[in-house]
Design a protein around this ligand. Structure first.
Ligand code: SIN
Ligand code: CO
Length: 405
């Protein structure tokens, strides 16, 4: 176990650096080729039990599904799952998304993946599977690390390429059988890395728990839509289409161009493209859009607003009345420098940072779910630091509480 001074408990999940060298991995494998890392975690202890996972899948608001295959017939049931008894002892698996948010102790496992920037990590999906269970051969659009918890599972991964997909069930997309380039049984603590677009299939040997670390990779559509949303919200990007005389008139500029009035010529599309490119070239705007997008959890946290807003003037006194500062589940936090000023961006809210506020922000980013207020008060040295915490408390993203609450 290693100790982090800002955490409430030491981390149980530290990558075994003899088995996994982050630099070598990023250089030689990341987004290039799949690999198996034996004993990536020594003495791996499951952060959640199969029963606890089943309990989560029974809750409304938790994204879960059961996938089964019997006599070649695939079936899928979306959660909440109320009855496991009909499933039998073989050939099915239960998959639960964002377990780190529904069951905060599981968040700890994601900390081991901080060799990647925080914003790139999406969620921890946990699957429980019985012998023969799996979701069949498929492709994922995102890179994934899959850690083997209890039990064992055979993983087959093929080379990337063009694969025809088919749906043996309306909600299940699969690819045909592929020639494996990896074909190995994973034991507790082992990990497999599968880049996006590599076909793979997990087949359970012994009743298993698997932890899939999902990565976030915005698409062009998502980025452009975020830019458009931001512009519409802030009355930005108001430059409009203007006609070019040479498109309306002929070469001599003495007559109308010889075109049907209902025709859309390529030149107009090119002009629209130029208008859009000019929008994308607004570097400061793009920087704001990316910072806000990456600081927002796609599954937004539920804010817990204070009954009465906190004030910066009374903040230290307010903190001292409570034992702990709690981070709302799923809060995303980043820093970025814009026009020479360092900012913290939390769920789309901006806070200017000076050195003291930056130190406080580091503590807030590093804490798992809570920190002692006594520690926090020591960081409230500047106006910026107080404005930061006060803002986060008033947004309901951090909460002052007493231990027994
Ligand atoms: C699973 O754990 O069965 C599914 C993980 C995956 O293949 O993405
Ligand atoms: Co997959």
């Amino acid at each position: 176990m290693t100790t982090n001074p800002f955490q409430d408990s030491p981390s149980d999940f530290v990558l075994n650096h003899y088995a996994f060298d982050a630099v070598v991995f990023l250089r030689d494998y990341w987004q290039k080729k799949p690999c198996v890392i034996r004993q990536a975690f020594i003495d791996f202890q499951d952060p959640i039990s199969a029963d606890e996972l089943a309990g989560l899948s029974m809750e409304a608001g938790v994204d879960s599904r059961v996938v089964s295959c019997n006599s070649g017939k695939w079936d899928l049931e979306h959660g909440p799952i109320n009855d496991f008894t009909k499933l039998g002892e073989r050939n099915w698996s239960l998959l639960v998304q964002a377990v780190n948010e529904h069951y905060p102790p599981a968040q700890e496992l994601l900390r081991a993946f901080r060799f990647l920037p925080d914003w790139r990590i999406d969620d921890l999906m946990v699957s429980y599977s019985t012998p023969g269970g799996g979701v069949g051969p498929h492709l994922d659009q995102y890179d994934v690390f899959i850690v083997q918890g209890m039990g064992s599972r055979r993983w087959q991964v093929g080379a990337s390429g063009d694969f025809q997909t088919h749906c043996p069930h309306p909600d299940l997309k699969q690819v045909a059988e592929f020639a494996p380039i990896i074909n190995e049984v994973l034991e507790p603590g082992d990990m497999i890395y599968i880049p996006a677009g590599f076909p793979h299939a997990g087949d359970t040997v012994q009743e298993a728990l698997n932890y899939s670390v999902g990565l976030r990779a915005p698409s062009q559509a998502e980025l452009i839509s975020a830019l458009a949303d931001h512009a519409l919200e802030h009355d930005g990007l108001q430059q409009r289409f203007r006609d070019r005389v040479e498109v309306l008139l002929d070469n001599s500029q003495a007559e109308l161009a010889d075109r049907e009035p209902w025709h859309l010529p390529r030149e107009i599309v090119a002009d629209c493209r130029n208008l859009m490119v000019a929008a994308l070239n607004d570097e400061a705007l793009l920087h704001k859009v990316c910072a806000e997008l990456f600081s927002k959890n796609p599954r937004p946290p539920l804010p817990e607003w204070p009954e009465k807003p906190y004030t910066e003037a009374a903040l230290i006194y307010s903190c001292q009345r409570f034992d702990i500062l709690v981070k709302a589940v799923g809060v995303r936090m980043i820093t970025t420098t814009l026009a020479g000023q360092l900012y913290a961006v939390v769920q789309g809210h901006w806070y200017a940072l000076d050195t003291d506020a930056e130190a406080l922000f580091g503590v807030l980013c590093d804490m798992t779910d809570f920190a002692e207020t006594q520690t926090i008060v020591d960081y409230l040295k500047s106006d910026n630091a107080r404005a930061l915490l006060c803002g986060l408390l008033n947004e309901g993203l951090f909460i002052l509480a007493n231990d027994e609450e």
